[in-house]
Design a protein around this ligand. Sequence first.
Ligand code: PEP
Ligand code: MG
Length: 902
Amino acid sequence: MPSKQAYFFGAGKAEGRGDQKELLGGKGAGLAEMTRIGLPVPAGFTITTEVCDLFYKRGKKWPPGLEAQVRKALHHLEDVTGRTLGDPQDPLLVSVRSGAARSMPGMMETILNLGLNDRSVEGLAQGTSNPRFAYDAYRRLITMYGATAKGVPREKFDHEFQKIKDTRTRARLRIPEGTKVQDTQVDEAELRELVHRLKKIYIEATRQPFPQDPWQQLVGAINAVFGSWMAEKAVTYRRVEKISGLRGTAVNVVQMVFGNLGEDSGTGVCFTRDPNTGENQFYGDFLPNAQGEDVVAGVRTPLKLSELERRMPAVYYQLVKDRRALERHYRDMQDIEFTVERGRLYVLQCRSGKRSPQAAFRIAHDFVKERLITKDEALARVTPEDIERLFYPVIDPAFPRDELKGRFLARGIDAVPGAASGEIVFTAKDAEEFAASGRKVILVRRETSPEDVGGMHAAQGILTATGGKTSHAAVVARGWAKTCIVGCEALDIDARSKEMRVNGRVLREGEVVTLDGTTGSVYAGGLPTVKPPLPAAFTEVMKWADAIRRLRVRTNADTPYDARKAVEMGAEGIGLCRTEHMFFDTEERRLAIQEMILADKVDARRAALGKLLPFQREDFAGIFLAMGGRPVTIRLIDPPLHEFVPHEREKQEDLARRLGIDADQVAHRVEQLHEANPMLGHRGCRLCITYPEILDMQIRAIIEAAIQVKRKGIDVRPEIMHPLVMDRKELEILARRTREVADPILKASRLRIPYTVGTMIEVPRAAFLADQIAEVAEFFSFGTNDLTQMSMGLSRDDAGRFLPEYVDPAKAAIFASDPFESLDVDGVGGLMKWAIAKGRSVRPRMKIGICGEHGGDPRTVKFCHRAGLDYVSCSPYRVPVARLAAAHAVLEDRAAKRKRRA
Ligand code: PEP
Ligand code: MG
């Protein structure tokens, strides 16, 4: 039996400490610590989590010794406060609250105003000269105690309260029907009547009167808090939040203090620094003559802290002193709840304050400069989510939440964060046309294909009915940081009649919607968006991250513009340049690639490829220039050819006219290209195995561009990558041909440009046989989009239909997250580890990276660090996210090492 079961705090002394969270719960440890550092905390005591554990082990009975310790602590509390529980003159009232080692907001019970009974309520009424207040406190106690300690349905109490309001208060104040009667409008007489009725309900339900003995109330309340630990909602919450290994909840019995005892009382919330900007400025609100919940409810407008300084200077200066003490002690910005009871300040709670992403960077940075924390600690305090939210616009937080709810249309998968409004259009062509005339549009498609890229680029945001986080729309939009929602199943799109149905509403072309890509929500109408400015501290904190990380961070970029953007974001190279994206940039390019595909003879194909060569060369040169000597991995053509040709008769006829061929010939070729499973079909390096002339053109373009740039005195480091390789021999053929094209061109140039030839590992067979493949490949890059698709047998374009249910904790909960967003570390990650080990068994220093969408996911980045990858590659806007995650991985390593040593 633990000898100490209750820990006292008050009058400047505490038996517990802040580091005893496991034993005293978060709240109990916090109260003890605040008392220790001299803050004016209300006095009380904490019953330990061990007791809760024993309570259950003993069939819901108190362990021996507990009663004596609680009685002793209570007497101590009465001594310190100079009041007695249940005293008919000037009673002590206490709150009884739960508090586990991990926060479980709203999951467990609290009972306030304990100690009131028919006599002490009169004492409170007299002592405070406020009978209304006393009876209001009493009716709250009966309700809370009845519902939580005795299981009386809360609605019964609420219903009675409502009845009083609707009959007595409404009539007295002549409040018209249809207008809500506020709790605060109920007067003393009505509250007295209410208390009488609530006690009757209590007796009817429990067959006992409401306990008048405060000790009995206290025992009942402590048992109720223990009981709430195993209540269904708390058990479910722990399961969903994966909270395990806790002994139970602690119980905090704390002296009640009241801010609503007149103009010399009040309550407030403040932050030790501005939580919006991070500025080192005391920030907060104060509401005179009010209780905490009045501040939260926002019924009255609170006053600024400067007003508190004017009205109650002593309280204000004490708070300012506490502010400094708190920051020094907790070494973080704190959020403080306080109450002033008749001119006396009480700090009720303090915790690390929630802050905007801007403030997170500024505070972390400033705390290092003020020597309160180390750089490592500062880094640990900024999160990848903070970074994401720094770069994307958001729906103006000032926009009324109720109105926002009313505008809600549907929810899809949150593919790219940010917020965007515009008129809806249903084809890429319309998007381009609307945008050309200066209109802002949202492109709505069932799914997108490379043909839509022009329209996607012109749109403010993209919304699709199908697809997941690595579908075409998501991948392309992410590259541009363009707000995108995919897999919005509620959309029923009719592109022909240019309208869509969504949850019973019909929206036509030109109607405005707003996308919130951060949550995946679609709203009717235009909503105001704001783009927060980048804080100056961001750059410096990111430098600290770069100084400690081991993993390199590259970017997926297909254009010189993206490449420049990515370098600004800190990219150290390109890990994936998807060359096919370049084919769609202009009409001319589109026509040339279509001509190549439609050609049925090698010569005709070569001629069409010849038209593409200068474009590709120019693009590659632009990218090499933008990357200024950093490595650039260029991947040869990848998607199935059918994606490049039109499928509608009208468009086929148009294409035939432009190329001077027969429309039936076009239709025939499109028919030939049709595959039942194109993602498992004639794509990737299989295209260059069967049409090596495509490889010839692309390699020529790469090498000639490299020569051009090198001649300008800029270093070039091309890495040529073959996609979808599944066999050593396949890569051998491709690597040989690559060199056969590249080497003579280089030789003729008389320049030395070292280049490497490697492969993506994105087919499970290639991962299994990575040792054989490594005999040919000079580098590996994991294409985890395809590797996930093929390892898990999940279509990356269609799985969005059912995957949400797989990851929803309230539904199937099979995976913790979407495996196309965050790597399936056990399955696909295991395969990667195998391939890394096999590959390096042949080529010990082989460079290995990842270029699937997972490369920008913080959890995956940490996995890549641990798995020994050299780099991750992700879209430009995710580069800082990956840089920070890579630094966090190092910090986690260090913490693990420290733990092992300890
Ligand atoms: C991949 O499969 O992970 C990859 C990067 O290639 P893509 O997304 O272009 O198929
Ligand atoms: Mg791929």
